[in-house]
Design a protein around this ligand. Structure first.
Ligand code: IFM
Length: 704
């Protein structure tokens, strides 16, 4: 398979797209796919995982970007050659997503000939603290080349500067920079060592833009000057330090070690799709994306909704991780799956504080979770298209399914891995606290025997403050059932309480006449129109359709898969006829306004045996970050970046859907539903500690 994404020319207007799509990362940080000379105006960034800070008391807390240590400025005979200002005569760049290596070649015409720049870089998978850049320059005439290479501290931030103090020093050939964050005094340290393959004049610049090595080279015609620029990033919140000695290593050695780590990942992760090269490439790109942001540097960390591609959504963790990305890790690298759950166990304190804040008991997890489980979700997230005033949304206080989403992932982890130690190490307590939360959220009418959940938001965020959302109620019941299971032998008082809740919580049933499950109380009475009808009612193009006054609010149009998501999670409890009736009813009423939507309908399509409906929806998910059709801005708020939930969802469609992978009575099962273009699928999973090769063809399935 061709693992490369190639661009044969430079287009300044595509810079945001390159930045997202060509991201390299190792879970500790993500480096946007931009060029060495780019400054903050061109959205270059090195986005750190798990470090959050606030630039001023009223600003949004967001993930912190490290100073830009890929920075190099090129001058020849005192002229600067730099994108986007000096347009090149030739340009090529690519991402080799097999190894997360970003490469470019840029040629500029000068009045004496040409200057060529070739560079390559990666975020080391071997030592997660290292950024490795190799920068080669040559000219076809003698000239004076000047390279200014170092740590640029004047960086892109969505919500203001995060550094109260920036200390820059140089010693023993290193340039160093220690930045202390404003709110939490976190120290982010960078140490860079630059090695160049020529004797030249060297000096250091230490100014308000950063600290830089300056190399002045008497360049000879066609001679290649190679700068190896290795930077170690660490922070005061890291548990482990890097042991690499930058002076004793070099770019090529580090590259070999890096490649061998990616080889291990691909050995278990690669999915071969015979017959459909486009699907194969898109799916494996999704797998690359997930691995480039997987938290392998820690034993308790998670993945933000936009990965490590920017400070979008404040770098926070949503349900995206547990419900969309988790399955890939569970089946291929269980230690990452455990790290993701450990993050939720570690942040349970924040969830308990949030529950109290809203008058509940137990653990109400953050809708947008930061490092201590703090909820970063703001209350006014949208703009009224008519008045331009900020409007309140209730994502933070009413999207209560988040606690159940986390328990769903924990339960799957325990069932799949049989690693019961997680329950003793906080998992069981997390289940109990989430069950207590839902119990305290339940309401009961005086004249009924049922328990209900009112005033919620389901996955379809367009309809707020609704009662008995099918997804939320079903997921809460699962939490009660699991809490009962875990407590029945040693805590009968709690167990009986949870059983009572599980038994009496109202779960909407399919309606008799057509088997459709009502998304929430009163949904069927809402205006029945089409997505196209609604589009015509927009006051301003791209306005938000939900919330208090949104154009979808009083209609049956939903933002993203809701009942469909519930059916995917509990498919074995519903007949094929019900799955089909709900797919048919809801899919055409769904705007797919979220990148989390298409994959769930695709999966449901597979579960009901309709591969042809599932296929285009799968491709929409798999190509989400290769086509970049989603808008980057909502008003003045940047909502771009990558879509790892869509990537994880595409993996679910391919493996759980098309190949029909499942586990029954401790055995791997396959129930394929291949689309017409797929001749054969080959992939691996780890189950019961053993690697299994799986082959699925139109007529046969093999598991070894
Ligand atoms: O978690 C999602 C949500 O379901 C829809 N809006 C974007 C969030 C982050 O991806």
């Amino acid at each position: 398979m061709d693992f490369k994404i190639k661009f044969n020319q430079y287009n300044k207007d595509d810079s945001m797209m390159y930045g997202n799509m060509l991201l390299t990362g190792n879970g500790y940080f993500g480096i946007r796919g931009t060029f060495e000379e780019y400054t903050k105006e061109m959205y270059g960034a090195i986005n750190m995982s798990g470090i959050y800070d606030r630039s001023e008391p009223d600003a949004w807390r967001e993930s912190v970007n490290a100073p830009n240590c890929i920075y190099v400025k090129l001058e020849a005979d005192k002229e600067t050659y730099s994108l986007p200002d000096t347009l090149p005569s030739n340009h090529y760049h690519e991402l080799d997503f097999k190894y997360g290596i970003f490469t470019r070649k840029t040629v500029w015409k000068t009045n004496k000939g040409t200057i060529t720049l070739e560079s390559e870089r990666f975020a080391s998978m071997h030592d997660k603290h290292l950024v490795c850049v190799k920068y080669t320059v040559f000219s076809d005439y003698d000239c004076k080349i000047k390279l200014t290479s170092g740590i640029n501290t004047d960086i892109w931030n969505i919500n203001g500067n995060h550094f109260a103090k920036v200390e820059k020093t140089s010693d023993n050939g290193y340039i160093n920079c220690i930045c202390t964050t404003i709110e939490k005094n976190i120290e982010l340290s960078l140490q860079e060592y630059d090695a160049i393959n020529t004797n030249c004049k060297k000096s250091i610049i230490n100014d308000e833009n950063g600290i830089f090595n300056v190399f002045e080279i008497n360049a000879k015609k066609d001679e290649k000057y190679v700068l190896e620029k290795i930077t170690k990033i660490s922070s005061s919140v890291d548990k482990k330090a890097s042991v690499t000695d930058l002076k004793k290593t070099n770019y090529e050695n580090l590259k070999k070690l890096h490649i061998s780590e990616w080889d291990k990942i691909w050995d278990i992760s690669f999915v071969e799709i015979k017959g459909d090269k486009e699907a194969e490439k898109a799916l494996n790109f999704c797998i690359y994306e997930l691995n480039a942001i997987a938290p392998r540097h820690t034993d308790a960390g998670s993945i933000p909704a936009r990965g490590l591609s920017a400070q979008v959504y404040k770098g926070a963790i949503f349900w995206d991780t547990e419900m969309f990305m988790f399955d890939y890790f569970l089946h291929t690298d269980v230690s990452v799956a455990r790290t993701l759950i450990n993050y939720r166990i570690k942040t349970m304190g924040g969830a308990m504080i949030k529950a109290k804040e809203y008058g509940y008991e137990g653990a109400f997890y953050a809708w947008e979770s930061q490092e201590d489980g703090i909820d970063a979700c703001s209350e006014f997230n949208i703009i009224d298209p008519v008045s331009g005033r900020p409007l309140k949304t209730h994502f933070r206080d009413k999207q209560i399914h988040i606690s159940a989403d986390i328990i769903y992932a924990l339960k799957r982890y325990v069932e799949y891995t049989k690693d019961y130690s997680i329950l003793d190490e906080g998992g069981k307590e997390m289940v109990i606290q989430c069950a207590l939360f839902y119990r305290s959220a339940i309401v009961k009418r005086l004249n009924s025997n049922f328990y209900e959940l009112h005033n919620c938001i389901g996955p379809d965020e367009y309809h707020e403050c609704i009662n008995n959302n099918a997804y939320t109620n079903k997921m809460a019941k699962m939490v009660f059932d699991y809490a009962y299971e875990l407590t029945k032998n040693d805590d009968t008082e709690h167990a009986l309480m949870f059983k009572d809740c599980a038994d009496k919580l109202y779960i909407p049933s399919p309606r008799k006449e057509d088997d459709v499950i009502e998304q929430f109380d009163g949904y069927f009475k809402m205006e029945n129109c089409s997505v196209e009808d609604l589009k015509k009612r927009e006051y301003t193009k791209g306005e938000y359709w939900g919330g208090a006054y949104g154009i979808a609010t009083q209609t049956q149009i939903l933002k993203q898969a809701d009942v469909a998501t519930m059916l995917c999670m509990f498919k074995d409890e519903y007949s094929n006829k019900i799955l089909k009736a709900n797919f048919d009813y809801y899919e055409k009423r769904t705007q797919h306004g979220s990148s989390l939507s298409a994959c769930m309908y695709s999966l449901l399509g597979c579960y009901l045996g309709n591969a042809e409906s599932a296929y285009p929806l799968f491709m929409t998910s798999a190509l989400a970050d290769l086509k970049e059709e989603r808008s980057q801005w909502s008003g003045k708020v940047f909502i771009g970046g990558t879509h790892p939930a869509s990537a994880g969802g595409a993996w679910m469609c391919a493996i759980l859907g098309f190949a029909g992978l499942g586990i029954k009575d401790g055995k791997i099962t396959l129930n394929p539903c291949l689309p017409e273009s797929f001749e054969e699928m080959n992939f691996k999973i780890v189950y019961n500690g053993k690697k299994h090769n799986i082959k699925v063809t139109r007529t046969k399935c093999f598991v070894d």
